[in-house]
Design a protein around this ligand. Structure first.
Ligand code: NDP
Length: 221
């Protein structure tokens, strides 16, 4: 069966990815900052849990060592933070580190693993709030800019990896009922992840580098 690696798999959207792919019989590798307390992830059973704090260089090194040269069919960069609504410099830098820089460096680092997989797919969970074309919001400048920047970085990655046969998706999960999305969000994780899985099923180098919502619609950059 294929192997999926998903970051931030201990709760929210990442946990739902782990659940759904495990239930379809995939080999699932889920990362958590604190594996010992990742109870819901452990409860799935057939999931390998690796420690990873994407903002900690030592943790990233240990994670890459633990993964080794294992092939990964689908690599999903899901871990993310919302950051502050205030324009705080340190929080902006931290949010960029987690939402923008870490996913992009991880993609480069794990490119050999994905190239060794059969499916050769990577995705980043971005956000419609990173869309400049749809930019009517006035809040969350830190979050919006971090997601706009990861869109730009991953669009370039899609071009960079095309000749290697690796397909890249930039996904908007919808407004999802998680700790980040809150209780008023419009869809549950199951709906969001089922939709994104359908998009990922259809992903190929022909459709690489698109900004796509969980319902398959194309979004303005
Ligand atoms: P949650 O806040 O529920 O979960 C976030 C996950 O990211 C947790 O597993 C968390 O781990 C992990 N994480 C945070 N910081 C780090 C770090 N430094 N290293 C490793 N893991 C980290 O969020 P969601 O599940 O809602 O969001 C998942 C993704 O979807 C994010 O990228 C988010 O921006 C995006 N998104 C979500 C939307 C929504 O409506 N929910 C809408 C649009 C986009 P820990 O438990 O240790 O904190």
């Amino acid at each position: 069966m294929p192997t999926i690696l998903v970051t931030g798999a201990n709760r929210g959207i990442g946990l739902e990815f782990a659940k759904q792919y495990a239930s379809d019989g995939w080999s699932v590798i889920g990362t958590a900052r604190e594996p010992d307390s990742a109870e819901e992830l452990k409860a799935i059973g057939a999931v390998e849990i690796l420690q990873l704090d994407v903002a900690d260089a030592d943790s990233v090194d240990a994670f890459a060592d633990a993964l080794g040269d294992r092939p990964v069919d689908l690599f999903i960069n899901n871990a993310g933070v919302y950051g502050s609504d205030d324009l705080d410099r340190d929080d902006w830098l931290k949010t960029f580190e987690i939402n923008t820089i870490a996913p992009t460096l991880l993609a480069e680092r794990l490119k050999p693993n994905v190239a060794a997989g059969d499916q050769k797919k990577m995705a980043v969970i971005s956000s419609m709030m990173g869309s400049i074309g749809d930019g009517n919001g006035s809040n969350a400048i830190i979050y919006r800019s971090s997601k706009a920047a990861v869109n730009a970085a991953w669009k370039a990655l899609s071009n960079r990896y095309r000749d290697d046969g690796i397909a890249v998706a930039i996904l908007h999960p919808g407004w999802v009922q998680t700790d980040m999305g809150g209780p008023n969000a419009t869809i549950d994780p199951e709906t969001s992840v089922s939709g994104m899985r359908a998009v990922l099923d259809g992903l190929s180098v022909r459709s690489t580098g698109r900004f796509t919502a969980y319902d398959g619609s194309q979004l303005p950059w």
